[in-house]
Design a binder for this molecule. Structure first.
Ligand code: NAD
Length: 268
């Protein structure tokens, strides 16, 4: 086998002790990256991900930080630089839902979701970009000075009843991502989003907890299956690699066709 896609690269994945983040962390490690596994709760889950990576011969460490807290984020990056030296790939994955009908949505629900899903992505991206700008391109490692992948959602474009805070946060991620991509492309920094559809993780257990709920969900997915975290993990590795070097400012929908307006599939 030739050189692994991401060998010699250092990656940080936020919210990597669960769901999509855990799989992305393991896939990046499989592709040769050393991976920092961020978590805020459940340290044992973060250690499990680190353990699995190490057992397969990879390099990983767990780093605790609340991505919505500026001091935590800055400490996490300092620790990353002490242990790994630098960062090449940031996966801005941490995200939450706090759902409520619009008229009943508390300011606390609104602020909590915006703080983690949008401000958290800003805070982590800013620290990564400072390091990308300081270090520049290292041609033996990657064509780019750095890569950021924002975990957005189909809800950056699909409105969502009872989830105004979540949809607004992901719409915000889209313009954060595109504005960063525009500003930083001349410095050879690539910024893109992955927009998952419905992927089986703890975030959406209730949406598929009964056969009826699963059937209702499948109506929104022309491809006829609910996504697996591997569907996202493989795309993240590719998008972070030099194979995707000419891609920046893109929202890549990985959704089995959920954004194809399936309601119109019978002619409208
Ligand atoms: P998940 O609940 O399994 O994972 C979310 C992770 O974020 C967890 O590890 C959680 O501890 C972490 N997190 C939450 N708040 C944090 C904070 N303040 N600081 C650090 N970490 C924090 O859910 P998931 O489905 O794997 O979600 C991952 C990302 O994918 C989220 O951004 C979510 O919006 C997005 N997404 C998921 C789906 C889906 O169908 N699962 C669809 C679209 C988008």
């Amino acid at each position: 086998m030739g050189k692994k896609h991401l060998s010699g690269q250092k990656a940080l994945v936020t919210g990597a002790n669960s769901g999509i983040g855990a799989t992305v962390a393991k896939e990046l490690a499989k592709a040769g990256a050393a991976v920092a596994v961020n978590y805020v709760v459940n340290p044992e889950e973060a250690q499990r991900v680190v353990g699995e990576i190490k057992e397969s011969g990879g390099e990983a460490m767990a780093l605790r930080a609340d991505v919505s807290n500026e001091d935590h984020v800055q400490m996490m990056f300092r620790e990353m630089f002490t242990r790994f030296g630098t960062i090449d790939i940031l996966i801005n994955n941490a995200g939450i839902q706090r759902d409520a009908p619009f008229a009943e949505m508390s300011l606390d629900y609104w602020n909590t979701v915006i703080s983690v899903n949008l401000t958290g992505q800003f805070l982590c991206a800013r620290e990564a970009v400072k390091e990308f700008l300081r270090r520049g391109v290292v041609p033996d490692v990657s064509c780019a000075a750095g890569k950021i992948i924002c975990m957005s959602s189909v809800h950056e474009v699909i409105p969502w009843t009872n989830h105004a805070n979540y949809a607004a946060s992901k719409g915000g991620v889209m313009m954060l991502m595109k504005s960063m991509a525009q500003e930083l492309a001349p410095r050879r920094i690539r910024v893109n989003s992955i927009c998952p559809g419905a992927i089986k993780t703890p975030i959406n257990v209730s949406a598929r907890s009964t056969p009826e709920a699963e059937k209702a969900l499948l109506k929104f997915i022309p491809y006829g299956r609910i996504g697996e975290t591997d569907d996202i993990g493989r795309v993240a590795v590719w998008l972070a690699s030099d194979d995707a070097d000419y891609i920046t400012g893109a929202s890549l929908f990985v959704d089995g066709g959920m954004t194809l307006y399936p309601g119109f599939s019978t002619g409208g």
